[in-house]
Ligand binder design. Structure first.
Ligand code: X8Z
Ligand code: ZN
Length: 622
């Protein structure tokens, strides 16, 4: 799924044969230098701007073709995990990695030229277009692509077969349900351990992937893969790191209030022996396999007064909405903002339910196979509140992909990766009681006096997520830079989880474990800081769209459903793709040029006040 969260285009104007000829002649032209008549005046064959432009155009054509092939191979591999599909997909990935490495090397010829902004930007984006880049060595390219494909496949196949229950194995989805619903600590612990047992076999391959990826990154001129990932934010990589720290310090007090309140309720439920009242919370008690979102334990935390009085999961069941029906609700929201309906092929080619007869990668994803109009969703949908939100998240990717499909291939991406993750979440913030009333789910919207529960539930999703959104890449950056050695992989993982999240392992962990591997984005090599950024950004987007819609009440009561003015602003930003530095895209929607945590802080301000009252006399922090 490397680029399909991003790109989209189908006007491959020439046939494959013509394309090959074009490439051969372009490569030949590059090898020979400028045409003969120009050579008269410049014996050194200095590269020209015109040549750089032609080079980039050819590179985009070639890459687009390879990306589409890679996308199809990956789609099949993720929908039917077998040794063969894994190998076909690794082969396609290898071709992309190899071609990108060659093109990036060839582009160095233009290093000293003053290039027009768009050409320079495309050359930079070309270098950054592969998440884990390969060295320019065929054997290593094949090895890296094979490792990457096998790690993703292993995660997809992962299951837990409890001892003594012959033949009965649980899928990740089933284990996640247990973590969400059970309040039985022993059972929670067994399931938590069961899932984490999928990861140790990945460790050696992951270590090798780090070595090979780093070699590729160094050949591209980056210190390591982490430094490369931090270079895609239109600012120096160190400035980006500092920006993250600034944002984290802004939201940390809100997180710590929520943590303290949550811990106190868990102490009441499970006792001090299990939950220390002044230390980190054991990771298996928060309703989620990675303790990343805590909304599933809302019933344990609900405020005595201020419960919203409805539950979206129940409403979906009462209304007999099925999986496709849930996706239709998401689509209709985007249509109400002025976006075109999804193409018929979306409904024919997407996967909405977990097949019973084969292994697939169930982790939800949104694809644009042809970089044009062949949009797809792949998700093992369950009829519940959480998946209703995730569907909106995924459709945000699809509508973004289609909005920028007129951009040249290297600009077919979000302004930065946080933008891609934020769009659908922004829309889901508009799923308010008033919206549910409009679509016929509720007869009356509860009075705003009862909003505390709504806010708490949202905070357990969004605020609880913030430190997790940061720490996954804090870990990977240290791993890629060599600051953390393989012998300390797991120790550092838990150190960061303690430091940022205030969460502890439920049992002693050691270096025979590889707990980061039990989180999809690590074996799948999807950078994670994007989700932290998205959590900040979506509140900025929401605030701006509500302003555009003329809404004046509290932000958590605002829904932009059916508002064409807000939709037009959003579309304006989405259509820019990655053609301009992200602050310009942000400005197009919000009028602001900076990431700004005041939007999320304002949104939760009434809750923060209440949490502080609840926490009076209790330790905050761990
Ligand atoms: O991976 C996702 C999406 C696909 S981009 C389902 N998310 C992160 C996660 O599951 O860890 C959305 C929230 C964070
Ligand atoms: Zn996403």
């Amino acid at each position: 799924m490397s680029r399909h969260l991003s790109v989209d285009l189908d006007h491959v104007l020439c046939s494959v044969a013509t394309l090959i000829l074009l490439i051969i002649s372009a490569v030949a032209a590059l090898a020979q230098g400028p045409p003969a008549e120009k050579k008269k005046s410049s014996a050194a064959a200095a590269p020209t701007v015109e040549e750089a432009r032609r080079f980039v155009e050819q590179a985009e054509k070639r890459l687009l073709e390879l990306w589409i092939k890679q996308g199809r191979a990956d789609w099949v591999a993720q929908n039917f995990i077998t040794d063969d599909t894994e190998s076909i997909s690794a082969e396609a990935d290898k071709e992309v990695k190899a071609e990108t490495a060659e093109l990036a090397a060839a582009a160095r010829r233009f290093d000293k030229l003053k290039l027009p902004d768009d050409v320079a930007r495309k050359i930079k984006l070309l270098k950054l277009s592969v998440d884990v880049p390969a060295p320019r060595n065929a054997a290593e390219q094949a090895e890296l692509a094979q490792i990457a494909a096998s790690l993703k496949g292993d995660y997809g196949k992962g299951k837990w077969c409890p001892e003594g229950e012959a033949g009965k194995c649980l899928s990740l989805g089933q284990m996640e349900r247990i973590l969400a619903e059970s309040r039985e600590p022993d059972q929670l612990l067994r399931v938590w351990r069961g899932w984490h047992a999928i990861a140790p076999p990945m460790r050696r391959r992951y270590q090798r992937l780090v070595e090979l990826g780093n070699k590729g990154a160094r050949e591209l001129g980056f210190a390591d893969v982490g430094a490369m990932w931090r270079s895609n934010y239109d600012m120096p990589p160190d400035a980006f790191r500092a920006e993250l720290e600034r944002l984290w310090q802004q939201v940390r007090p809100l997180y710590e209030s929520l943590h303290a309140y949550t811990r106190a309720q868990l102490v009441k439920k499970y006792g001090k022996n299990l939950v220390p009242d002044d230390g980190p919370i054991p990771a298996h008690l928060l309703g989620n396999m990675w303790s990343q979102q805590w909304n599933n334990i809302y019933p344990l935390l609900a405020p005595p007064a201020g419960d919203p009085g409805f539950d979206l999961t129940d409403l979906l069941k009462v209304k007999k909405v099925d999986e496709r029906g849930m996706v239709r609700y998401g689509e209709r929201f985007f249509i109400s903002l002025g976006f075109d309906p999804l193409p018929q092929t979306f409904w024919e080619r997407s996967l909405f339910t977990k097949p019973r007869d084969r292994d697939i990668v169930c982790h939800a994803s949104a694809w644009s196979i042809d970089y044009r109009n062949d949009l797809r969703l792949k998700m093992c949908i369950e009829i519940n509140d959480e998946d209703f939100t995730t569907i909106h998240h995924e459709l945000g990717h699809n509508f973004y992909q289609r909005a920028y499909n007129r951009q040249p291939p290297l600009f077919q991406n979000s302004a930065n990766d946080g933008f891609h993750e934020a769009v659908g979440d922004t829309i889901a913030l508009s799923v308010t009681p008033e919206y549910l009333k409009k679509i016929g789910f509720l007869e009356t919207a509860p009075p705003p006096a009862d909003d505390l529960g709504l806010l708490l539930k949202r905070a357990l999703d969004k605020v609880a997520f913030l430190p997790f959104g940061l720490l996954v890449d804090q870990w990977r950056w240290k791993v890629f830079s060599g600051d953390v050695k393989p012998a300390d992989y797991n120790k550092e993982w838990w150190e960061l989880r303690r430091q940022y999240q205030g969460v502890a392992p439920p049992v002693v962990r050691g270096e025979a474990d590889f707990d980061p591997g039990a989180k999809y984005h690590v074996p799948a090599n999807v950078p994670y800081t994007r989700y932290f950024l998205a959590t900040i950004l979506q509140f900025q987007f929401h605030r701006a769209m509500c302003r555009e819609a003329g809404f004046t009440g509290p932000l958590h009561r605002c829904s932009v459903y059916d508002n064409k003015a807000a939709g037009a602003k959003l579309k304006e930003m989405l259509e820019m793709g990655q053609s301009r530095p992200w602050p310009e895209a942000l400005e197009a929607l919000t009028g602001e040029k900076q990431l700004d945590a005041t939007a999320i802080l304002d949104y939760f301000a009434p809750l923060k006040k209440w949490l502080e009252e609840q926490n009076a006399g209790h330790k905050v922090g761990w």
